[in-house]
Ligand binder design. Structure first.
Ligand code: K80
Length: 448
């Protein structure tokens, strides 16, 4: 292995209680809320179909002009308790909030920046209100933090001179100060999800990414840090030059998921995916007709897909400038919440089952049970299940307690009957299994 000073500081999954809670939470929500919600994708009468939180970039708006949007920041419909109730009804166990996105506007009254809620007509500490409201509902809070900061004169995309070095050193100190401020003002925060860390300037300062991780872990024992923060001695990101995951969980699955057959390597580490409802809108965009918008079923399948491969899923919401949510997002939260209410036991605290993927849906695993989450019921009315060697299915029940017949069809192969009355939408069959059964079976392999 290549000797590294700033590579992975741990091999394998973290096994402490805080990481177990992160993992068992499984379903989270993202909140992308900032000045970008005010223009909502439109600038000087022109609609931009790129991601709304990047409008400053698409419309080439100078930072000082963009930040004047602060004069309009006054979300009169904002009510943190209403947001927290919506999250609880959706069944999310944690919420990741953009403390500061690339634009540099801070949802908390940072004393290290002039571009914060304190300098807007709203004045109050939005982040503090949200942390309290979510925590009061028993929901963990995670902080999204963009290192890249378009409002700060010392940010550099690359380091090409001594001047760049000096400026960027000042920028990293500013960033340290903000991170320490967030960790001390809001000590119930459970995770920092770093973004805006892909530039050469960060890759050339891998040491700082290791320092930032350690600084937060010293301040908040148990806190989790995403792999996206991390660069090693040679600028390698997420996985170090020896191929070891840095941070506590992989955070590369943004608007995409690992393949359930080809990418089983991800089951070796913790990982968290995040997704948008439109094809690519994190912040509020006025016009969602510009791209396909996923249905609740398509969002649900992505949630189940992630958990079936040992990952978490975070579904994004982009609140309006007035502090209310658009209808589609309220309906999404409702629909997912209804399903989670009925079937959440196959998600919370569940993990990769290690069984071969089948066309009818996905498996998740918890304790002595394997869950079958059925998205595509077959015409045969039988769900084919192949168990690992030495594993037998003892019983199959639909979550309302009704048993369905299980017929062994070959060695480690079964037909699990569909329930007589196929449920309206994706449903769950719970399998009781017995592992390490060493019985001489009655089957003979073909001689070919
Ligand atoms: C090319 C690109 C850069 C940044 C992003 C940010 N990461 C997401 C989690 C959002 O915050 C988006 O603005 C997305 C794509």
């Amino acid at each position: 292995e290549i000797p590294l000073k700033y590579g992975a500081n741990r091999l394998g999954k973290r096994s402490d209680a805080a990481m177990k809670k992160f993992r068992d939470n499984r379903l989270g929500a993202f909140i992308h809320w900032g000045l970008y919600a005010i223009p909502g994708g439109e600038w000087n009468g022109k609609m931009y179909n790129g991601a709304a939180e990047w409008l400053k970039s698409w419309a080439k708006v100078p930072a000082d002009e963009w930040l004047r949007l602060m004069d309009q920041w006054n979300p009169e419909k904002f009510n943190a308790k209403v947001w927290a109730k919506m999250a609880r009804k959706m069944g999310v166990k944690y919420v990741k909030i953009t403390t500061k996105h690339h634009e540099g506007f801070c949802l908390w009254p940072s004393k290290y920046s002039n571009y914060t809620v304190a300098q807007t007509p709203y004045k109050k500490d939005i982040l503090g209100e949200l942390v309290k409201a979510y925590n009061d509902e028993g929901i963990d809070v995670h902080f999204y933090f963009s290192v890249m900061d378009w409002s700060h004169p010392d940010y550099r995309y690359d380091i090409k001179s001594k001047d760049d070095e000096v400026a960027f050193a000042r920028f990293l100190e500013f960033t340290d100060n903000q991170l320490k401020e967030l960790a001390t003002r809001y000590p119930t925060v459970k995770d920092f999800w770093f973004d805006g860390t892909w530039d050469a300037s960060i890759k050339k300062n891998g040491w700082w990414t290791a320092h930032a991780e350690q600084m937060l872990k010293d301040l908040l024992p148990g806190v989790t840090i995403n792999s996206r923060l991390r660069a090693d001695d040679y600028g390698k990101r997420h996985f170090d030059s020896n191929g070891h995951l840095m941070g506590d969980y992989e955070s590369g699955y943004e608007r995409r998921l690992p393949d359930p057959v080809k990418d089983l390597k991800v089951t070796r580490w913790d990982w968290e995916a995040c997704m948008t409802l439109p094809e690519n809108q994190w912040g509020y965009h006025k016009d969602w007709s510009l791209s396909y918008v996923k249905t609740p079923l398509e969002v649900l399948e992505r949630i189940v897909h992630a958990v079936s491969m040992g990952g978490n899923m975070v579904v994004n919401f982009g609140p309006q400038a007035d502090g209310d949510f658009r209808r589609e997002e309220k309906e999404m939260a409702d629909a997912i919440g209804k399903w989670m209410q009925q079937y959440g036991e196959c998600i919370y605290g569940c993990d990769y089952a290690g069984w071969d993927k089948q066309p009818w849906g996905y498996y998740t695993h918890k304790g002595k049970e394997v869950y079958m989450i059925v998205f595509n019921p077959p015409y045969s009315k039988h769900l084919v299940v192949k168990t690992p060697k030495g594993t037998k299915i003892l019983k199959a029940t639909v979550t309302n307690g009704k048993e369905v017949a299980v017929t062994e069809t070959a060695r480690n192969e079964y037909n699990v009957d569909m329930p007589a009355k196929a449920p309206e939408g994706p449903f769950v069959i719970k399998l009781q299994i017995e592992e390490n059964v060493s019985s001489a079976d009655k089957y003979r392999d073909a001689l070919t």
